[in-house]
Each structure stands twice: as structure tokens, then as C-alpha cells.
Design a protein. Sequence first.
Length: 476
Amino acid sequence: MTEPHVVILGGGPAGVGAAYRLRKQKLARVTLIEQKESFGGNAGSFEHAGMFLDYGSHRLHHSTEPEILADIRSMLGDDLQDRPRNGRIRLRGRWVRFPLSGPDLLLRLDKAFAIGAARDMILRAIPRTPKQPAAFRGAPPETFAEVLREKLGPTICDHFYYPYARKLWGHEPSELSGIQAQRRVSANSFGKLLKKIVKPTGGGKFYYPRRGFGQISEAYGRTAGELGAELCMGYKVERLIAPKAPGQPFTVEASKNGERRAFVADHVLSTLPVSLVARMYEPGAPSEVLEAAKRIDYRAMVLVYLELDVDQFTTTDAHYLPEQNVRMTRLSEPKNYFGLSEPKGRTVLCAEIPCTVEDDIWSMDDDALGRLVADDIRKLELPLLRPPVRAFARRLRQAYPIYLNGYEEPFGKLDAWANSLPGFTSYGRQGLFAHDNTHHALFMANCAVECLKSGRFDDAEWQKYREIFKTHVVED
């Protein structure tokens, strides 16, 4: 029996995860098409000044499926280490340890904030009556603002989650869907928040590779190639051509340096943004689908890297910054993630600044971005003793899906259309317009492969997996 040919679009975790598993189980002939010359996508890494830098702050969480973790361990060996978390949150002008700890909260937390949060927790526990504050009564919550205010009360929302949301997604919390709160805020109730304080997720630890987080995707991609997958790096997908008749193959057209190739596939697994798929599809997506594609959006991100001439900036791996007086949402130090001491006399900081592709941040030059970040760092009273040696930036056009109120209607049209395409499956963060961690993306890849085991894609089984994906909550 001839192996079916599966073409995978995108070399991020979801793409390389599927390529690896399809070849490991010898289920298909595999071609993976990736626009960059490296694997990982937004979860990738690059080398600079003897250090491996990530595209933002990434960790492999302890909630990773055992089977997936076993695969990663087999590929990375001792290069994957179990590391203690050492983060901080800037809250009302004070630094609070993250993961949260009871003693640190007692010593560091602003007293007015602590009293307000305690009052909100007590009010939340009292049976509701018409005398309750407005925050705790009324119709079932629907927006991001309503969901979190209902669960956590006004103090934590007004001083942490709402300011962070404005910076991260560029919209007022009342403009964001309640689903965004359910998918992006793991401690979305007092019970969960207390559990995090008493027993942090993963015991306050995480897994991290020696050569940057992108080493995970690179290992998957390299191993898939060793198992026989064709890896077409540097190719940009330009057209997706529908089968001419039922049972006929799908055609993917891609180009590299002027060379154009057509890939004929029995099945296409796509991790591309589903809105982009609609625009590339031939003979053309319906007009209502194309219109729906215009009504969902992603938050962009500029990553600003500052190279410093010191061994270490701080002992903290990541600083979380909800306060409005700085543009950054997070500042991380990559050397600290693995606990590296080399190279001596050099470290790099990575500042994450959410934005849109039309605003001043996106178009700002590297030197100006470096000055902006250095100024933000000084506002945080952190020890930037000398000007950075250099500053440079990387830009992510599609960092996070934005769930505006009512987004379900346009996304539903896009998703239903993509699901109807014969021989085509959209999955992963971009393909399902989903908030996820890397272990979620790898889980999606494994599920897609499970649906291909019979030689044809099992749509009914895939829909069951889709229900599981809806339960995924991002871990910070």
C-alpha cells in the first residue's frame, strides 16, 4: 500500500510535532514547508553574542502530556533541565514574587491592595442578595471585564488584570470577550488564586533547553528529517488549490528565491493563520468568508533586545509589568532561564512591547526602541548602571489572537469553511485562532496524526479533540 502524502504548512511546534509523529509511526510521506530557515515560529530562538535568545519569554510547563515530554526528553537528553521559576510582578510600585507565595505577599504587597482583595474575597463568598455591590450581581458575565470582576472582585481587576489587558491586547477589558478571560487567565477565581499561592503549578518549576526554547522545535524538525520527512525551508506558501474532484489531491504552491514548486498532497495540515488561508485559497473562498477574515485580528509584538556588558542583570528570569507608566508588558533575561554563567561579561534583556502594525512602536528604529526600553527600566528602579552595548529588535505580526466581543461569529464562519475543505485541516494557534502554550500545540499535532491513522482523515474524531482544545488554559 502506497503511503499517503501529507503536506504540513508551518514549522512551529504544531507543524514539526505532526511531521515527527507521522514519520515516527510511518503513517505517511511527509513534506513540511516553512517560510523561515529555522523551526519554531514565535516559539523559536536565534543566536547572538554567544547566547541563545527566544522570541519573548517561553517555558515548557509541567502540565505537558507525559508522552510529549518523553519525546522531548528522548531528543534533547541532558539539554532539557528542570528549572526553578524566579519571576516578579510590579504591582502598585512594589515588586511581588511570581509564582505567588504567602510570605512574600504579606511582606511585599501594598496594604491597601491586600485589604481590598481580602474584602472582595469575603464579599464573593457571601450568598448574593440585592444589597450586594453591583460588581457581584446582575446578568451572567459575558465580557473579559465582567468575568474577572465577578470571580475576583474590583481590586485585583482594577490594579492588575485590567491594566495588563489594555497593554497586552490594546483594548478596554469591556471590549474583550469573556472567553479571553477563560482561556488566558489561569487563576480566574479566588480558589484558583489561593491554590497557586499554596501550591504553585509545577511546584514553581519549568522545563527549559540549554540552547534556547527553540531547541525543542529544532529537535522535532531535525528528527522528522532523519525519519524521512522532506523539509522545505525558506519556502513561502502562495496558493492553495482545491482538488478538482472528490478524491483528487490538494495542491500547494510555494516559492523560494524565485523558484516555484507545486506540492501535490493527499492531505494538508495547515498551521497558517486561518484568515490567510481564506485569502490564498483557489478557486476563491466565498465572499462572506473573506469578509469574516477581515473581522478577526491578532496583536502584534515588538521584541527589543538590550545587550549589556555585565555577567547578569538581576537573578530574576521574568518581570511582569501591568503598570501603565511603562510600555513593556514583560522583561526577561534569557541567561537566567537555564542558569547559564557564560558568556562572561555579557547578558541580554528581552523587552516585550505589544502593538499594532500601524502604530509608532512597530515602525520605530532599533536605537529609538532601545532608548525607550532603557527609560522604562529606569522607571522600574532596576539597576541599569550603564547604557546598553547595543539594541536590536524582532517583530512578530501575529503574537496573540484578540477575542473582541462577538468574535465567535466571524471566526465561526471561517472555521466552518476551513473544516469543509476536502483533504485540509487547520490547527495550531494560528490555524484555530487559539490561545495556547507549546505543549498545547504539540498535543494538537498528536491529535491530528491520530485522525490520520486510518489512511484518511477522521473528521468525527477530530471534532471530539476540538472539544478538548477548548478546555486549554494558557499558563504564564
